[in-house]
Structures are given as structure tokens and as C-alpha cells.
Design a protein around this ligand. Structure first.
Ligand code: PMP
Length: 416
């Protein structure tokens, strides 16, 4: 049975390699519902103008939609004020902004930045750059064998030297949901600022930044059924107010003269140049789409599919699931003895099934797991039991076929 939501996503009516498309690469990016596509084209057809600047009607219309979208994001994550919502190109740019603006001005030699083993490169590399510039040191929370953060070690690593805790809400490679509310409470007791990377969370369950009580929260539009090139940085107002701008130019200033420049207030201080207006409007439509759904039924649906997929995979000889926490989103990562993940991905693609293979931009995690990569199937709101059953039966065939080739190869090698 296919999901009723599937029909709202035009691309899911397409075929891939002669088969109906089965999109199981939602952790990389989600497909867009008709409402998002329409909102983007309607902006260009009816409201295209630069925002905040002109006196004419189109600019007023575009500005209204743009600022309405900011308010929508505020409600979506329950921030206190829309001025705490900054538009970025995505989670990567939001994390870079924090590292470069907050990090370079607040960190000193010997200060500690606490990250976790399961971070995406976007939450590692900016901190390495800042550490190099400031002399701060990066500490890393290890994992247990289920692919969960080792919370005992987390507490041992926290100290008065910890100035930043920056961790992902959900692992993009394993799907593990981290207990971020608890972690934030511990970090705050030590006086650390807290950043949560919500890129893999917001599409799958409701997020309340005031309940988590974090200082900053980031995510990308394209992983929550919105457009690419747009993302969000939430920051507590009092922290944003004392942060210097990162990028400079138009829009972010209060007054410019050759004797000096004063800066606009947040959020505008952090939005230099013409923003991705169509992206912002598309993002608002994506949030509307999600908020119109019964989110607890969606969560249940995705969990049901994950368990069905896990049970199916567990019956395939030589296949090992990686990351077996019971608190997971619908991400299933696995390896197969003696068969390269890329070969599996290619053969699934021939059957119209899209998964991701490789290190998933989490090389330190792969290193900690002793793997070069995994095959990752990640589910979204429009996936169905049919999709799950198709990948399971395709994998059975593929593993058998590639396994025969592998064993035949071994025979030739030992005979020769
Ligand atoms: N963090 C996590 C956990 C992610 O999954 C991703 C995207 N794979 C990012 C950060 C970076 O997001 P973007 O490329 O959209 O900036």
C-alpha cells in the first residue's frame, strides 16, 4: 500500500531506471511537496522584489511574506521571538557563523569545545578552524556499542573549561536520537554555551528550543521538505545581541560612512546581502505542509517502517545493522560481509531504489566504528510499507548475487 502523502510529491510519480522511484535517501535531502514548488514559483510570478528596501508594492509584498516565514519558523521551533531566527544558506552556514562570530570572539587558549564522535563534518571542521585560530581545544564524546553517546564520559569531559557544547540532535549516519535536553542542562551548569544541530531532527519530531533550553539550534530547509540553499540559525536574543557580524555588506548595517560603520540589530545583523527570498517562502510552505500533518501519527508511521525494515534486513545472511539504539529516527545503516556498499547502492539504483552509501560526511564516526562506510536507507513521511518491502526483497537478491560472485572470486584466487 502506498502512502497517501506520496501523491503530493510530483517527483515520486517519476520513474528511475525504468522502475517507480523509491526514495530512501531522505537524510541527504527530502523531496518537495507540490505546495512548496507552487510557493516558490508563485513568489517569482507574483511577488518578486528585493526585501526590506524599496517603497513599492512588490517589495512590500515580498517583505511581508519573508517576515511572515520568519514568524512561522519561530512557531515551528517555539522560539520566544522572531528576531531570534536568522536565515542562512543551511545548517553548514549556520554552524560556520557561530564558530566565526561567537567562537573567534569568545574562545581563548585552553578553552574547550565539546563535540561528539557522531557529528557531521559541518559541526567539526568550523570548530577545528576556530581552535587553530584561538588555541582552544576540541574534546570528543565517545560512543557506546549501540551507537549512542556515552553519557558517563560526556559528564567526565564537561568542566569549567568547556565553553561550547555542540552536538547533533540526531545522527545523520545512524539515526540515534541524543538526549539533548539533559546534555544541555549539564553543560549549562558548567557555564558552557550549547549548540544543537537539528538537521536530522526537525522533519521527524516536534522540536521546542525553549524546552531543550539550548542557546543555539540550526537546521537546513531541504531536509524538512523545503528548498535547498535555505536554513535557520536560532539563537537566544541576548547572545545574538552581543555577537559581531560574520559576513558584512548591505542589509546588515545601521549606518555606513568612511569613518566607520554601525551594525543593524539581530536578525538582520547576520543577514548580509540579498537573501534567498524564494527559499524562505518555500521553507514557510514546507513548515505549513508539516504542521498540517498529524505529527505523532507521522512519527508512528516512520517508526513502524523502520522496525519493519530492520526486521527484514536482519533475515539477510551476512548483513549487519550499524547503530542499534532503541531511540532512533527512521535511519537504517548497514554493512554486508565481503560486499562493498557502493556495489549494493548501484544495484539498488538499477531497481529504482535510492539509498546513500559511504561515510555520510561523518568520517570520524566511521573511523570509531572501524568502517569505511555504510549503506544507509533513510525514510520520510511519504515512504510506505511497499517501499520497505521492495528494498528488503531487492537486497536479498543483490546480496545473494554479489555473494556468489564474491565466493566464486575467492575460489579462483585460492585455486590459482
Ligand atoms: N548536520 C547534519 C546532522 C546533517 O545531516 C547535515 C546534512 N547532511 C548537515 C549538518 C549539513 O547540512 P547542509 O549541507 O544542508 O548545510
Amino acid at each position: 500500500m502506498s502512502s497517501p502523502l506520496r501523491y503530493q510529491f510530483p517527483i515520486l510519480q517519476e520513474s528511475a531506471n525504468g522502475h517507480p522511484l523509491v526514495w530512501l535517501d531522505n537524510a541527504a535531502t527530502t523531496q518537495k511537496p507540490r505546495a512548496v514548488i507552487n510557493a516558490v514559483s508563485s513568489y517569482y510570478e507574483n511577488a518578486n522584489a528585493n526585501v526590506h528596501r524599496a517603497t513599492h508594492a512588490l517589495s512590500a509584498k515580498a517583505t511581508h511574506q519573508f517576515e511572515e516565514a520568519r514568524e512561522k519558523v519561530r512557531q515551528f521551533i517555539n522560539a520566544e521571538s522572531a528576531s531570534e531566527i536568522i536565515w542562512t544558506r543551511g545548517a553548514t552556514e549556520a554552524l560556520n557563523l557561530l564558530a566565526m562570530s561567537w567562537g573567534t570572539t569568545h574562545l581563548q587558549e585552553g578553552d574547550e569545545i565539546l563535540l561528539s564522535t557522531m557529528e557531521h563534518h559541518a559541526n567539526i571542521v568550523p570548530w577545528q578552524q576556530v581552535a587553530q585560530q584561538t588555541g582552544a581545544v576540541i574534546k570528543v564524546i565517545p560512543l557506546n556499542d549501540k551507537g549512542e553517546l556515552d553519557l558517563g564520559e560526556f559528564k567526565n569531559l564537561l568542566s569549567r573549561q568547556t565553553k561550547i557544547l555542540s552536538v547533533t540532535h540526531v545522527s545523520n549516519a545512524l539515526g540515534t536520537i541524543n538526549p539533548v535536553k539533559d546534555m544541555v542542562a549539564h553543560a549549562r551548569k558548567m557555564g558552557a554555551k550549547t549548540i544543537i544541530d537539528g538537521s536530522q531532527a526537525v522533519a521527524h519530531f516536534p522540536v521546542d528550543v525553549r524546552d531543550i533550553n539550548c542557546d543555539f539550534y540550526v537546521f537546513s530547509g531541504h531536509k524538512v521538505y523545503g528548498p535547498t540553499g535555505i536554513g535557520v540559525l536560532y539563537g537566544r536574543h541576548e547572545l545574538l545581541a552581543e555577537m559581531p557580524p560574520w559576513q558584512t555588506g548591505g542589509e546588515m548595517i545601521e549606518r555606513v560612512s568612511f569613518s566607520g560603520t554601525t551594525f543593524n540589530r539581530p536578525p538582520f545583523r547576520f543577514e548580509a546581502g540579498t537573501p534567498n527570498i524564494a527559499g524562505v517562502i518555500g521553507m514557510a510552505a514546507a513548515i505549513d505542509f508539516l504542521m498540517e500533518q498529524n505529527r505523532s501519527s507521522l512519527m508512528q508511521h516512520e517508526q513502524l517502517l523502520r522496525v519493519r525494515l530492520e526486521n527484514g534486513l536482519d533475515r539477510i545472511p551476512g548483513l549487519h545493522r550499524i547503530g542499534t539504539s532503541s531511540k532512533k529516527t527512521a535511519v537504517v545503516s548497514f554493512v554486508v560481509d565481503g560486499i562493498h556498499g557502493q556495489d549494493i547502492g548501484t544495484m539498488l539504483d538499477k531497481r529504482g531504489i535510492a539509498v546513500r552509501t559511504g561515510h555520510h560526511c561523518a568520517m570520524p564516526l566511521m573511523e570509531a566504528l572501524g568502517l569505511s562506510g555504510t549503506v544507509r536507507a533513510s525514510l520520510g513521511c511519504y515512504n510506505s510499507i511497499d517501499d520497505v518491502d521492495q528494498i528488503v526483497s531487492a537486497l536479498k537478491e543483490i546480496v545473494e548475487e554479489l555473494g556468489r560472485e564474491r565466493d566464486y572470486g575467492k575460489e579462483i584466487y585460492t585455486e590459482g
